[in-house]
Write a protein that binds this ligand. Structure first.
Ligand code: ADP
Ligand code: MG
Length: 694
């Protein structure tokens, strides 16, 4: 049976439903709030709430929840029923305007980075009407922002909404300077490609590391990895196809416009890409995707791994943040366009992005930092930890020609006229693909590829919005006051190439030569999370966040603390999981196997065959057992030591340098033993079981 596309968004309180369920004047007021940010009066809220409740009940809902995104990269919300007892002993269903607009969850159990003392547990959620409410499993979900008693943002959505306003305002100033009188709004757009792994549920359940940490902490590499490159866009297995179909349908019902599903580079790895949307909605939808994908996998006897690096030696997973700016008069501001006017404007917006990325590479790098992503960035697969921009040869060429003040000679068939003598002509399709670049221009948008697969897309998006707002603001200042507009544009482009051209790199980002070259160019290289997250509290960055009202100094500080804390907690949990698996699964299994082998040796000897090779195997295993026991003890001691470190930064360094090093050593011993004991004796499913048995 095929999907009935008239069902798309059937669980969403979308524009069509609003028109149908609300009076014209209520609809107009609500639309005005959604589109222009106008405050919603209490009477309107009352009517909207009631209509929303009636509609939700028709969809089978009995509960509502204020759905929010605390700084955990998961979503949260408590579920309240619509039920109110009536005087006659029966129940009626009620949902007031106030209940729609504000909620008061206990905030004490969410990360706050010191923003809120535990005795001030009060937190508030406030309705974000720009992201549509929806019904899921009998509950009306109301997207909300989450903040503390004192008004500080405790979530990822609030800074995102603030950054949207900042970049929209500055972009509009630039457009006005170009004489655009029809655009009244600019919105960042995002399409987040999501990579993930699927493994068999039963095998997953047998691995404590997968269940607790989302990645394998032990595991020798199988005889076949991804070297044959036979998985990427290969035939999708029946079971996976069934899963993808159910996933698509569940997401379509929720109005998530997923479009593309394919196999990714690694065995058992897949990708899903939705059509881009206004960033706030895209961020909410990506959270929904991550939740629904796990559930549908479970229903199909599978487990979905969203971790950045579930398997060592196999490609990890990312989340490509495709980002652009669009106007309400239908322009994509990063589209080179078809007319001279658009081309000039494009060059200016392009310059703004290049400048932003070079000036704030540290912030962009920080936005992709996490304990899981450290295994990916800088490995020879995902983009490196160094931020650079891929523009493609033709665009780069054009910028350089402008920088040198000469006109580009091109054949007329493949060029677009700028109409300005001193500006070169633009090629129609100036960019090929470069899969190694962390920040690539892909024709009419930029693709930020560093983001980890489990991260919220909101963080990298609010950083992108803010840094681009910064450079647009400077450009707007100049364009608004200059005497010669064309000359000023040329100067802006020239200065961009002169001052920020170093961030453009079209070559292979995976090579060691690039690492050296980047250092010569003075580009920062934050190799790991602990080094990268200090950017959040660098004075220049706090000033930037404050200037554009995206975050206060205290909110930046809180995010920094939370990132450090999360890093330490994750590494600690992984370390403890390894100790448990080592002591309770791997050591006993190998000891038993070695004992049996020793018995075999004795029996063979009794029969008159003295085999040195067997004895050597027993001795080797015995040596590894000793080593594994010793490192396990060291790791346990190290985990104990961390509990005594009070400074978060010192703690994080200890986790990075001591705990993770011991974890690697422990794994090394175990993986060597795994290749020596019989398949039956190994106590947990192997890489081959996980990667090839879906
Ligand atoms: P690929 O990277 O495979 O070439 P696509 O062209 O399909 O991919 O785009 C990848 C993602 O980029 C999709 O989610 C798509 O919707 C998104 N995208 C396309 N145009 C824009 C845009 N103007 N703004 C933001 N995202 C966009
Ligand atoms: Mg892509």
């Amino acid at each position: 049976m095929s999907y009935d596309f008239s069902q798309f968004g059937c669980q969403v309180f979308n524009d069509t439903v609003m028109r149908e369920k609300l009076s014209r004047s209520t609809y107009r007021s609500l639309r005005h709030s959604i589109d222009d940010g106008a405050p919603l009066g209490p009477e309107v809220a009352e009517v909207v709430a009631s209509a929303m409740k009636d509609w939700a009940v028709e969809q089978g809902a009995a509960h509502f929840t204020h759905w929010f995104q605390p700084m955990t990269s998961f979503t949260a919300g408590k579920h309240d029923s619509f039920l109110t007892p009536a005087k006659d002993g029966r129940a009626i269903l009620e949902f007031s305007g106030k209940e729609l607009i504000v909620g008061e969850p206990d905030a004490s159990s969410f990360p706050n980075g010191g923003l809120r003392n535990t005795f001030e547990a009060r937190g508030y959620t406030s309705w974000d009407c720009t992201s549509p409410a929806f019904v899921r499993e009998g509950t009306l979900y109301i997207p909300t922002a989450f903040y503390s008693y004192t008004g500080e943002a405790l979530d990822t959505k609030t800074p995102l909404l603030r950054s949207n306003e900042a970049v929209a305002r500055e972009a509009l100033r630039v457009l006005k300077a170009f004489g655009n009188t029809t655009a009244t709004r600019v919105s960042p757009t995002v399409g987040a490609e999501q990579e993930y792994f699927l493994v068999d549920r039963e095998k997953y359940e047998q691995r404590l590391d997968l269940k607790l940490c989302g990645r394998t902490l032990f595991g020798a590499r199988p005889a076949k990895g991804q070297e044959m490159e036979d998985h990427y866009c290969g035939r999708i297995r029946l079971r996976v196809r069934q899963f993808m179909r159910e996933l698509d349908e569940a997401l379509w019902d929720l109005g998530v416009p997923v479009k593309t599903e394919h196999n990714e580079a690694a065995p058992a790895q897949h990708e899903l890409a939705p059509i881009f949307e206004q960033v706030n909605v895209a961020a909410d939808h990506n959270q929904l995707i991550m939740e629904v994908i796990r559930e549908i996998a479970k229903k199909n006897g599978l487990a979905c791994l969203l971790h950045e690096k579930p398997f060592e030696g196999v490609n990890g997973s990312g989340k490509h943040n495709n980002w652009s700016l669009s106007t309400d008069d239908g322009q994509n501001l990063l589209d080179p366009g078809k007319t001279p006017y658009e081309n000039m404007q494009f060059l200016v917006f392009l310059s703004a992005v290049i400048t932003a990325v070079d000036n704030h590479a540290d912030l962009l790098r920080m936005s992709a930092a996490s304990a899981g992503n450290d295994f990916r960035l800088g490995g020879h697969e995902a983009p490196p930890a160094i931020i650079s921009i891929f523009l493609g040869d033709q665009l780069t060429d054009i910028l350089e020609h402008i920088a040198h003040g000469d006109v580009v000679e091109q054949t007329p068939s493949c060029i677009l006229e700028t109409g300005v003598a001193t500006l070169p002509k633009l090629p129609r399709d100036g960019s090929d693909r470069n899969r190694t670049s962390p920040f690539a221009f892909t024709g009419n948008k930029f693709e930020f590829r560093m983001v980890g697969s489990s991260a919220s897309i909101a963080v990298s998006s609010y950083i992108l919005n803010t840094i681009v707002a910064d450079s647009l603001s400077q450009i707007a200042d100049r364009l608004e006051t200059c005497a010669d507009f064309d000359a000023e544009i040329q100067k802006i482009v020239q200065e961009t190439v002169r001052d920020h051209g170093r961030v453009i790199f079209n070559g292979n980002n995976y090579t060691d030569e690039w690492v050296e070259e980047a250092a010569r160019r003075g580009l920062p290289n934050f190799r790991n999370t602990v080094d990268a997250i200090s950017a959040m509290i660098a004075p220049k960055n706090i000033a930037l966040m404050e200037k554009f009202h995206v975050m206060s100094g205290a909110e930046c500080q809180a995010r920094y603390e939370i990132m450090l804390e999360n890093y330490c907690k994750l590494v600690s949990i992984e370390g403890a999981t390894m100790c448990e698996m080592s002591r309770r699964q791997i050591l006993p299994a190998v000891t038993e196997f070695a004992g049996k082998m020793a018995q075999s040796y004795s029996r063979m000897k009794d029969a008159g065959v003295e085999n040195e090779a067997v004895l050597n195997l027993v001795k080797q295993l015995s040596g590894y057992i000793t080593e594994m026991e010793r490192i396990t003890g060291q790791l346990e001691a190290a985990l104990d030591t961390c509990t005594g470190i009070t400074d978060h930064f010192e703690d994080a360094k200890y986790h990075r340098d001591t705990v993770r090093t011991l974890m690697e050593e422990l794994r090394g011993v175990s993986d060597r033993m795994e290749t020596m004991v019989s398949a039956e004796a190994w106590p947990i499913p192997t890489y081959a079981d996980l990667l090839y048995r879906v």
